[in-house]
Design a protein around this ligand. Structure first.
Ligand SMILES: [Zn+2]
Length: 201
């Protein structure tokens, strides 16, 4: 197993010195422009695939890159979204799905999640995407289509959060939907909605 302590040592000695000036600036400054919402999947590394520096991405990661629609109760994802939009003033939110997503695969292949009640409950937030990709006559859902529809469904859920709705109305925020392909490294933009650009393919 990768030794995390060794990794920290390498970071301190080999990586940090080269960016010492940046980290000194970041010590008192937090102004990311993008809220990046991705799956918790270890193969999806937002800073790597966007080549972002420390301080540039405010990241929220959840299983299946799901964003529950707004409800009045406390919710960790909603808190992250609210802080990013209302306090940090991000101008972009990216919801990034990915190929071979375990959460989407479990839904597509109708896995029995009886022993994983937390996962089963959480994945209900993908119900809208499932409804849109339901295969005629049963059988497995088409995974690629489900991954894409799930990104679209989560963008719609995001828009129900009051700070997001306000920023969209003020044309100060753009919502973007991406799908990252693990074997090729390609990123496909499937959706872009917001005040500064028109709806685009
Ligand atoms: Zn995933």
């Amino acid at each position: 197993m990768h030794d995390l302590t060794e990794g920290v040592e390498r970071f301190r000695h080999d990586v940090f010195p080269a960016k010492a000036e940046l980290f000194a600036e970041l010590a008192a400054t937090h102004r990311p422009r993008t809220l990046f919402i991705s799956c918790s999947d270890a193969r999806v590394v937002p800073e790597l695939i966007t080549q972002s520096e420390p301080g540039e991405l405010f990241v929220v990661r959840t299983a299946g890159n799901l964003v529950p629609a707004h409800t009045p109760g406390p919710d960790g994802v909603a808190a992250g979204v609210e802080y990013a939009v209302a306090v940090l003033g991000v101008t972009d939110i990216v919801v990034c799905g990915h190929s071979a997503c375990g959460a989407m695969t479990a839904l597509a292949e109708r896995h029995d999640l009886g022993s994983l009640p937390a996962v089963a409950g959480w994945l209900r937030h993908a119900d809208a995407a499932l409804a849109r990709t339901a295969p005629a006559g049963g059988g497995p859902y088409p995974l690629d289509a489900l991954v894409r529809e799930n990104v679209r469904a989560q963008l719609a859920n995001l828009a129900t959060h009051p700070p997001v709705a306000r920023a969209l109305a003020a044309r100060s925020l753009v919502l973007r939907g991406w799908v990252y392909d693990i074997p090729s490294g390609a990123v496909e933009e499937i959706e872009r909605t917001g005040g500064t650009v028109a709806l685009a393919a």
